[in-house]
Design a protein around this ligand. Structure first.
Ligand SMILES: Nc1ncnc2c1ncn2[C@@H]1O[C@H](COP(=O)(O)OP(=O)(O)OP(=O)(O)O)[C@@H](O)[C@H]1O
Length: 291
């Protein structure tokens, strides 16, 4: 049986720099795979290539065996891939709940009548149905609202009391939670999280770890970029390590932690996240030193 996601020989060059260099990567159904590596290793570029925000110079991306290389992001979202961004992206003027409903909207069936073939007719019919609001649309939207509230409940008191607040009024950490909640509203087959704990303090990071653990226990397949290596070690089924665009190691967290090439990459002059690798800083120390 093919993996849910299979990346083969993926390559992206920017001028003379090869940001992603013939990377192979597979994620099985229900797995949590983390991508780690020093700053500039190519992690976000890899995510951009998988999620249609950037086009590869070579290689393929397959999803459930289907070649999805170069598909635009909206089509990938409908196919079951949802992602979050390193610096968080929400609809600032929409409420928390509406941010989720926007995410869920791609799944609505009743408001998207099948009137293909005649250009523009589908969009017109969709608009007409939205204005008239027949029972099928109302029912489906009520269902999505229920689902959205269930997703919000996952974040406990952080979001539940704020469902009617505009996203711009939220704290940075809450905006990041909304972004993840919105991605979940798509009911993705594969959730790609780009540094979900960036900018979060210790207790917020611990909360996020529990949320990701809960998602994983529900069978959610996850591809994760994360600089906080203790979190990576606790959550991951497998870890893929990039350095200078190339995959230098892959395996179980405990094996990667002790891999000589990984230790070398992290002990170089580069930084992990915004903070220098230092053996005295266990949470940010390279894998081999974080034990
Ligand atoms: N649009 C671009 N144009 C030119 N160079 C780019 C572009 N995007 C990324 N790069 C370069 O590609 C390399 C990989 O960058 P990328 O952001 O993927 O690394 P990363 O592992 O995600 O780093 P970080 O941990 O700092 O987020 C870097 O050297 C970066 O400067």
């Amino acid at each position: 049986m093919p993996s849910l996601l299979e990346v083969s020989g993926l390559t992206r060059r920017f001028g003379g720099l090869t940001a992603v260099d013939a990377v192979d990567l597979a994620v099985g159904e229900g797995e949590l795979v983390s991508v780690i590596g020093p700053n500039g290793a190519g992690k976000t570029t890899l995510f951009n290539l998988v999620t249609g925000l950037d086009q590869p110079d070579g290689g393929t991306v397959r999803f459930e065996g289907e070649d999805i290389t170069g598909w635009p992001a909206p089509r990938l979202a409908q196919r079951g891939l949802a992602r979050t961004f390193q610096h968080g992206r929400v609809f600032a003027n929409l409420t928390v709940l509406d941010n989720l409903l926007v995410g869920a909207h791609t799944r609505l069936r009743a408001v998207r009548p099948r009137l293909g073939g005649i250009p523009g007719i589908g969009a017109l019919a969709e608009l007409a149905l939205a204005l008239v609001q027949p029972p099928s649309v109302t029912r489906e939207e009520a269902g999505l609202r229920e689902e959205a509230l269930e997703i919000i409940a996952l974040f406990g008191e952080r979001l539940a009391p704020r469902i009617d607040h505009p996203a711009y009024s939220l704290s940075y950490a809450n905006r990041r939670r909304v972004e993840i909640a919105r991605a979940l509203a798509l009911q993705p087959r594969l959730l790609l999280l780009d540094e979900p704990t960036a900018g979060m303090n210790e207790s917020e990071t611990a909360e996020m770890l529990e949320i990701i653990r809960t998602l994983k226990s529900r069978g959610q397949t996850i591809l994760l970029i994360e600089h906080k290596l203790d979190l990576v070690m606790q959550l991951s089924d497998r870890v893929v390590v990039l350095d200078d665009g190339r995959k230098i190691a892959e395996g179980l967290p405990q094996d990667v932690r002790n891999d000589a090439k990984v230790i070398e990459a992290y002990l170089g002059s580069r930084n992990v996240g915004q903070q220098a690798v230092a053996p005295k800083s266990p949470a940010l120390a390279p894998p081999a030193l974080a034990a």
